[in-house]
Design a protein around this ligand. Structure first.
Ligand code: C2E
Ligand code: MG
Ligand code: MG
Ligand code: MG
Length: 277
């Protein structure tokens, strides 16, 4: 009985793996089609300057309204896109779309686009960025490219060169999710970033845990002495905001100011009112 059950379990396990692999394959295919059909969307979340209380940026976050799987957020498909290489097409599409949408907001509002390491590695990024900026008549100073620390893990000179080319164009290069990666500090001397975004895991615990508050203070101070701005990610409460200000963060982003929304739905004044009240 035990033996039989065991064999059966194996089969079920195999089947589960099989159908998961199959599902990933399907999603990969469907994602290709969705990009080609222009069926993906960018939602935008405001980034607020703590110096003057105004909206200084919008982060573009991809959304996929899927005909049968529902409204999908990136956690359902970014990994698959990365593994299969579709992430490059997704990134090119996002840059085009974000540069087009930038025209909706005043010049002092930057637009931030997340770009994957494998895309930067392709070394076509610089050309597509330059093309999109020119096509939509957007100043390079208005574009921020967000990369995570994994981009620096490979100590890859080609990646660093591509990032430097972007910076020389006037585009800002931003280090996303800072602090959770492996050997974060050493990354700050590998490349001159314009800004670091303090990971939301620190921000989320800043009011309960003095050690998190100390880490945020240290990151903000370090960033300032290196001439970089800091965005605190995932700010949800006024108490968090108060401590982040005290820590010396220069910008904040999170549900407190606004959830990611379609560009047309965004009211620039709302985030500002949140900060003032
Ligand atoms: P990220 O770049 O760190 O983006 C911030 C994430 O935190 C977003 O999740 C956003 O919706 C969420 N968030 C913002 N404020 C709050 C808050 O106050 N509380 C909480 N709990 N969450 C908050 P989202 O949109 O699901 O994106 C997840 C990740 O997927 C992004 O993390 C980014 O790494 C990746 N991603 C999103 N769009 C793209 C894209 O177009 N291309 C690439 N390569 N990656 C993308
Ligand atoms: Mg980001
Ligand atoms: Mg982040
Ligand atoms: Mg993230």
């Amino acid at each position: 009985k035990v033996k039989g059950g065991g064999r059966n379990d194996y089969r079920i396990f195999d089947k589960a793996l099989d159908s998961e692999a199959h599902d990933r394959c399907r999603i990969e295919c469907e994602l290709h089609e969705a990009i080609a059909a222009d069926a993906l969307q960018l939602h935008y979340q405001p980034i607020v300057s703590l110096a003057d209380g105004g909206v200084c940026g919008m982060e573009a976050l991809v959304r996929w309204p899927h005909p049968t799987r529902g409204f999908m957020t990136p956690d359902r498909f970014i990994d698959i896109a990365e593994d299969s290489g579709v992430i490059v097409q997704l990134g090119e599409w996002a840059i085009q779309r974000a540069c087009r949408d930038a025209a909706l907001w005043p010049d002092h509002v930057k637009v931030a686009v997340n770009i994957s390491p494998s895309h930067i590695k392709k070394r076509t990024l610089f050309d597509s960025v330059a093309r999109a900026l020119a096509q939509h008549d957007v100043k390079p100073q208005r574009l921020e490219i967000e990369v995570t620390e994994t981009v620096l893990l490979r100590h890859d000179d080609e990646i660093l060169a591509e990032l430097r080319r972007l910076r020389s164009l006037g585009v800002s290069v931003v280090l996303d999710d800072f602090g959770i990666g492996y050997s974060s500090l050493s990354h700050l001397r590998m490349f001159t970033f314009d800004k670091v975004k303090i990971d939301r895991s620190f921000v989320g615990e800043i009011t309960e845990r003095p050690d998190c508050a100390a880490i945020v203070c240290a990151i903000a101070g370090l960033a300032r002495s290196l001439g970089m701005a800091t965005t605190a990610e995932g700010v949800e409460t006024k108490q968090q905001l108060k401590l982040l200000r005290a820590a010396g963060c220069t910008q904040a982003q999170g549900y407190l100011f606004g959830r990611p929304q379609p560009a047309a739905a965004i009211d620039l004044a709302t985030a500002v009112r949140t900060l003032a009240s």
